[in-house]
Design a protein around this ligand. Sequence first.
Ligand code: NAD
Length: 219
Amino acid sequence: MKYGIVGCRGRMGVEVERAFGALGHSLVLTSDLEGVECRERPEVLVDFSSHAALAGTASLCREHRCGLVVGTTALKEEHFSLLRALGTEVPVVQSFNFATGVNVLAMILKDYAPLLSDWDLEISETHHNRKKDAPSGTAILLREAAGRDCPTHSLRLGGVPGDHTVCFGNDGEVLTLTHRALNRSVFALGALRAAEFARTARPGFYSFRDVLKKSVEES
Ligand code: NAD
């Protein structure tokens, strides 16, 4: 596949190039703070950068009629409006976390957290000390999956790629669900799966859970 990376010089941009390159996919467009370099029309753009880049990314998708995989966090409602509008024209896959385990955890919470609606609920997340946003996008994703607001604790330590723990408790029991990303390549591999989906999908605004469910339906 011919693809492009927005935020190509960042930690995730480098991981995406490595994961896609290992399968022979061809990097034809790069974008970072210095500007855009385009050699050929990309079929999909992968954006792990900043919400400040999003309007430019959407213009590139329209110009090249290509799909978008967006992993950037700290998105606000205005950014989701922009992505939903773009999704009427091209396929857009958005997730605050492209690790399979986190998305399965979100599905478990969606189905079973209502059974614990009278238990206390708290979420804690740990990330590397260069992370700009807190709480993490994943903590927000898990909170939304659990269907209620709750205290969320953020630790910023060394080089941790991303740990998330969802804790339920009442007077007699504690239930703890933890996901740990062991390295950043899991996010890049998830983005690759999403890009393969976006390359052929109809226009729409999709989550990574939609991508995972589709691959189960097809198997
Ligand atoms: P980083 O700071 O290492 O990289 C970001 C890159 O984007 C930098 O090279 C920066 O120069 C570039 N950039 C910033 N503003 C830009 C703009 N306006 N136009 C073009 N490029 C711009 O950060 P990172 O660790 O690679 O993370 C990037 C984003 O991805 C963050 O929002 C992070 O939270 C998110 N993230 C998401 C997932 C996921 O699975 N969804 C996983 C890891 C990180």
